[in-house]
Design a protein around this ligand. Structure first.
Ligand code: TYD
Ligand code: MG
Length: 446
């Protein structure tokens, strides 16, 4: 007789354990283990047999026709650019972001601007009345927008089939559930099941589907990246709660360039597109103080001018403070060490504060040179010309290294009325209206 085997399975993530556990070691949920009895399979080996009928034909790549992919414009220039020219018909998109960043607002804004599109909006998080209130705030009448609060995935699919919308928006995937599963909405199992069903709707019925997803503490959308693999495009909506700008970043795109970025500003009347982001991040004060310098960083394929602010003041404590906001703290320590060793500037008894104006977080190494100049300027109490931009990566030897997209950066500086650009000596000479100065090392720069 076959023996019965007892196992315990997490109802949230399907992790199996031979013992009952209070906390699931994989997903961290409490009290989710339930007993499962399984008949042990008889030990007869399973034989794999190849039958004649199951062979499917392979086709030569050159014989596969290319269907013309229709693009649907979101009628928001920034959104379209991030998507690579609009929504591809029948594509499956994931939009992630922190709560309250403006994901729902972005979709309503799209509905407002695209009156020609029929949009079905599954509102799992808010009631119809709440959405109406918000729609009024952004001035959306909503003739083209159909709202449903039914979050059973089967009825969502049924409604979508009947209505045949141009765009199906799920707000959010964490609120959807399938009746066939016992686990709670938002659990990994439910998310996986519901998105697999929605994927079929997108692909088989050619309904462009956009799912909104919450971001967990670790920055994943709905647990360990299960959704990112399933969808065609992954978008992240990010920004700083204390600032008004929002960045829509593409992290995966099967139909266009990844890493493209759209810039928006959250206003009283909804999201507004920012076509010239440099204006947003350059501080508008004409105050000339030491410690300020201008960098040019790339966000996607777009150069943006940002102001770097440094404050160096003598330390009152034994260990001096190093604080950076919008910039990597370890990179700051590294640049301070390079300045000390290669340019003879001593920060050992000084507190150093570094800030990127406007709340932008920069990771582009081309901002190094501006950071170095801001630090030196504050230490020596010498004002840096506001009409000068610094572009270059700083190496450990104090050398100023070349950066990518140098020409675009210089052009952007020219557009914003910058008269002088300090750039790496190894950078290839480009034609520009602005005055170009090149330096090979930071001691030469000082
Ligand atoms: P929301 O779209 O609800 O965020 P998410 O769906 O990502 O959770 O955004 C809500 C925030 O946006 C809220 O804090 C208020 C703000 N907001 C404005 O500032 N102006 C507006 O016109 C709207 C609609 C929202
Ligand atoms: Mg929302």
């Amino acid at each position: 007789m076959a023996k019965e085997k007892i196992r315990f399975e997490c109802s949230n993530c399907e992790h199996v354990s031979p013992k009952w556990l209070g906390v699931c070691p994989v997903c961290g949920e409490w009290n989710t283990f339930t007993e499962k009895r399984e008949k042990k399979k008889s030990s007869k080996k399973h034989k794999v047999e190849i039958s004649e009928s199951t062979s499917s034909e392979a086709v030569r790549l050159s014989e596969i026709g290319t269907e013309h992919q229709e693009r649907i414009s979101a009628n928001l220039e920034e959104f379209d650019r991030v998507l690579g020219g609009g929504f591809v018909e029948g594509s499956f998109i994931l939009l992630g972001g922190d709560p309250g960043i403006g994901k729902s607002t972005l979709m309503l804004q799209t509905a407002k601007n695209s009156e020609n599109l029929k949009i079905l909006y599954i509102a799992g998080e808010e009631s119809g009345a709440q959405i109406k209130q918000r729609a009024q705030r952004i001035g959306l009448s909503g003739e083209n927008l159909y709202i449903s609060s039914d979050t059973d995935v089967q009825s969502v699919i049924h409604t979508a089939r009947k209505l045949k919308p141009d765009l199906l928006v799920i707000d959010s995937i964490q609120t959807l559930f399938s009746d066939e599963l016992t686990s709670l909405p938002g659990s990994i199992r439910q998310i996986r099941e519901c998105s697999a069903l929605l994927q079929q709707i997108a692909k088989k019925e050619n309904i462009t589907t956009l799912m909104i997803g919450h971001v967990t503490k670790d920055g994943d959308i709905a647990g360990p990246r299960i959704l990112e693999h399933m969808v065609d495009t992954v978008l992240h909506f990010e920004g700083d709660k204390n600032h008004l700008y929002r960045l829509l970043r593409c992290v995966k795109n099967r139909f266009g360039p990844a890493q493209e970025v759209g810039v928006f500003e959250m206003k009283e009347g909804g999201l507004e597109e920012v076509t010239n982001p440099s204006e947003l991040f350059l501080s508008d004060s004409d105050l000339e103080v030491s410690g300020n310098s201008i960098a040019c960083v790339m966000e996607g394929t777009r150069p943006i001018l940002v102001e770097i602010q440094a404050l160096v003041s003598s330390s009152n404590y034994g260990t001096p403070q190093r604080t950076a906001s919008g910039f990597d703290q370890r990179r700051l320590s590294l640049l301070l060490a390079v300045l000390e060793k290669r340019a003879g500037l001593y920060f050992g008894d000084q507190d150093v504060y570094l800030n990127v104006a406007g709340g932008l977080k920069i990771t582009d190494p081309a901002a190094d040179l501006a950071v170095v100049s801001a630090l030196a300027s504050s230490l020596n109490n010498e004002i840096v010309d506001r009409k000068k931009v610094f572009i270059g990566e700083v190496g450990l030897g104090g050398e100023i290294r070349n950066v990518s997209y140098l020409e675009q950066r210089i052009r952007e500086a020219g557009k914003m009325g910058i008269q002088k650009v300090v750039m790496p000596k190894s950078g290839t000479a480009v034609q520009a209206k602005t005055e170009l100065k090149s330096a090979a090392t930071i001691s030469e720069l000082m």
